[in-house]
Design a protein around this ligand. Structure first.
Ligand SMILES: Nc1ncnc2c1ncn2[C@@H]1O[C@H](COP(=O)(O)OS(=O)(=O)O)[C@@H](OP(=O)(O)O)[C@H]1O
Ligand SMILES: Nc1ncnc2c1ncn2[C@@H]1O[C@H](COP(=O)(O)OP(=O)(O)O)[C@@H](O)[C@H]1O
Length: 205
């Protein structure tokens, strides 16, 4: 059965001889069983902008409201699935591509997936967006100023980046391309965690 894959991003290399198998249980049936609209909520922003904090708070609120969720967070994924990748532009692109594919599988399974990654390049975020149906991908830009992120420095990374101990550090010695069409924009220096979560929930509804 050589039916076409529903993926918008086409396979162009080794996988091109692979055949797409359609399952009897559709994605819609899986979402119906969970009684929810599957989504990929993608948080992007500088280190220290509040991605992990807000992703975690949002996950907790959704979970309390009986949603079936999953959280994918930068540091955690780099300990496992993507432990072979570094911080070069090429490796960051592959990091985001793989995470996008994982998030897509989870959305197909009916989940609300919250992703928290710096994802500094517009092109990489656009590739992930194109993996989803219209309305399934919700981009949240944590537009927290660099000086605020640096003053928080929760892991001491900015200090090391300024000392030159960490190279290619986003915002210091590596670029961050701000989203131009994010569904939600939050500056966490003026919005507390609760209000930030509310703003994201409003966009979902
Ligand atoms: N050079 C450099 N630049 C930025 N961040 C660095 C770097 N080296 C290590 N770290 C740590 O890696 C976390 C970012 O991983 P991500 O997977 O989100 O990065 S990316 O999306 O591929 O750009 C990031 O996590 P957050 O601080 O939560 O953003 C850092 O803990
Ligand atoms: N309004 C806010 N929203 C999110 N985080 C905040 C806020 N105010 C202060 N913080 C603090 O800023 C830091 C953000 O760190 P983190 O969530 O790990 O960011 P990131 O995942 O983007 O690197 C945490 O220590 C958090 O407690």
């Amino acid at each position: 059965m050589n039916k076409k894959s529903p993926y918008e991003v086409k396979c162009t290399d080794l996988a091109s001889d692979a055949v797409w198998h359609h399952s009897t249980i559709t994605n819609e049936m899986r979402a119906d069983r969970l009684n929810q609209c599957p989504k990929c909520i993608w948080l992007t922003g500088l280190s220290g902008s509040g991605k992990s904090t807000i992703a975690n708070a949002l996950d907790a609120v959704l979970f309390e409201n009986n949603a079936a969720t999953f959280l994918l967070d930068g540091d955690n994924i780099r300990h496992g699935l993507n432990k072979d990748l570094g911080m070069s532009e090429k490796d960051r692109a592959e990091n985001i591509r793989r995470i996008g594919e994982v998030a897509r599988l989870m959305v197909d399974a009916g989940l609300i997936v919250i992703c928290a990654f710096i994802s500094p390049y517009q092109r990489d975020r656009q590739i992930v967006r194109s993996m989803f149906k219209h309305g399934q991908f919700v981009e949240v830009f944590l537009d927290t100023p660099l000086n605020v992120c640096e003053s928080r420095d929760p892991k001491g990374l900015y200090k090391k980046a300024r000392q030159g101990v960490i190279k290619n550090f986003t915002g210091i010695s590596d670029p961050y391309e701000a989203p131009e069409t994010a569904e939600v924009v939050i500056n966490t220096s003026s919005s507390n965690i609760e209000d930030s979560v509310k703003a994201i929930l409003k966009a979902l509804n």
